[in-house]
Design a protein around this ligand. Structure first.
Ligand code: F6P
Length: 366
């Protein structure tokens, strides 16, 4: 029954054989996977585990912390701090980077993570996830904050776990994006989705439309064209999804294509977007690119954004390459002042409401 199955460890040994830091990187990813198994066990207990609900304190960004946020954060730290593989860690849940305790050896990687993305969904039993990014650390010194502020293009590895009906780990070490499914009885991650490839075209988009009044015109133009469907500019119907859990949206896109947007908007001018660059957009951006998709701010590649702060926010538009490129074009046209305003399908060339048709209907033409 188990012959021929590729476990995560076997996969990493094979993928990293030629990699100069392969043994350490593989060992670190196995430690991350151990934390993921612990978090999967906690999330799977649901209300029976007593882990649901919020704790008293708020996180570094003033957001309500769920009990599971705190427990997931501890699981990752405890699993990764002792092995001599990381020089430091940074988490969405901690204001400043976590220092490796003096009793443990420091390694040559930095681990940046969101222990439980979409955690507001835990109380309603919707899929959530853990996102992580692995960066290099140049020397044996304890890392300063600046050491963490590396562009996404410098990531050595990235991945996420999704706690859904099945727990999956999706990761890249820069050689494609690959998905593993947790065999709960055996406790192993098994390679089930090798070499994921995102279709270039899609007819499915994901955006929180309750923010529509704050969107920039290029985003409104794109979404309006999708909503206009067959009778509009795009000439085909689109479907929309919004799970409010980025990992779940990204997972859907990796499985069957699509586009996900949390773009820049005018809701809070102090925030250039909602999602965090270092532990949400960058790792997911690397996974998407490695699967043939594109991850953009609308005005450039996410992985090229120079980070200025650990908890920096960034606009995110990612998924099927052709759709992301179209939205980038809409941004460029808007910025250059050459964009066309959206025309409602009620008034497009096939509509009964276009001026010539109205004239015919009113008996004014021929
Ligand atoms: O960053 C946290 C997050 O929960 C993402 O996982 C998700 O895409 C987004 O926020 C949901 O935002 P909203 O509350 O606007 O739907």
């Amino acid at each position: 029954m188990y012959s021929g199955r590729t476990t995560l460890s076997k996969f990493l040994i094979e993928q990293l054989r030629e990699h100069p830091e392969g043994a350490d990187l593989g060992a670190l990813l196995v430690d991350v996977a151990a934390a993921v198994k612990a978090i999967a066990a906690m999330t799977a207990k649901g209300a029976l585990g007593g882990f649901l609900g919020a704790v008293e304190q708020r996180n570094s960004q003033g957001e309500t912390q769920k009990k599971l946020d705190v427990l997931a954060n501890e699981a990752v730290i405890q699993s990764c701090e002792w092995g001599g593989l990381v020089a430091g860690m940074a988490s969405e849940e901690l204001e400043a980077p976590y220092e490796i305790p003096a009793e443990f050896r420091r390694g040559r990687f930095l681990l940046v993570f969101d222990p439980l993305d979409g955690s507001s969904n835990t109380d309603v039993n919707v899929s959530v996830g853990t996102i992580f990014s692995v960066l290099r650390h140049a020397d044996a010194q304890a890392p300063t904050l600046d050491a963490f502020l590396q562009q996404g293009s410098r990531q050595v590895a990235a991945g996420y776990a999704i706690y859904g009906p099945a727990t999956m780990l999706v990761l890249t070490v820069g050689r494609g994006t690959h998905g593993f499914t947790l065999d709960r009885e055996v406790g192993n991650f098994i390679l089930t989705h090798p070499d994921l490839a995102i279709p270039e075209e899609t007819s499915e988009f994901a955006i929180n439309t309750s923010n529509e009044r704050w969107w920039e015109p290029p985003v409104a133009r794109y979404v309006n064209e999708c909503k206009a469907g067959k009778s509009g500019e795009r000439g085909r119907d689109f479907n929309m999804r919004w799970i409010a859990s980025m990992v779940a949206e990204v997972h859907r896109i990796l499985m069957r294509g699509g586009i996900f947007m949390y773009p820049r908007d005018r809701k809070d001018p102090a925030k250039p977007g909602r999602l965090r660059l270092m532990y949400e957009a960058n790792p997911v951006g690397m996974l998407i690119e490695q699967a043939g998709g594109r991850a953009s701010t609308g005005r450039g590649r996410i992985l090229d954004v120079p980070p200025a702060e650990l908890h920096q926010r960034v606009p995110v538009i990612l998924g099927s390459r052709c759709e992301v490129e179209r939205i980038e074009r809409y941004h460029a046209e808007f910025d250059a002042g050459t964009d066309r305003p959206f025309v409602s399908p009620l008034f497009n060339e096939r509509s009964l409401f276009r001026p010539e048709a109205l004239a015919v209907n009113a008996g004014l033409n021929g």
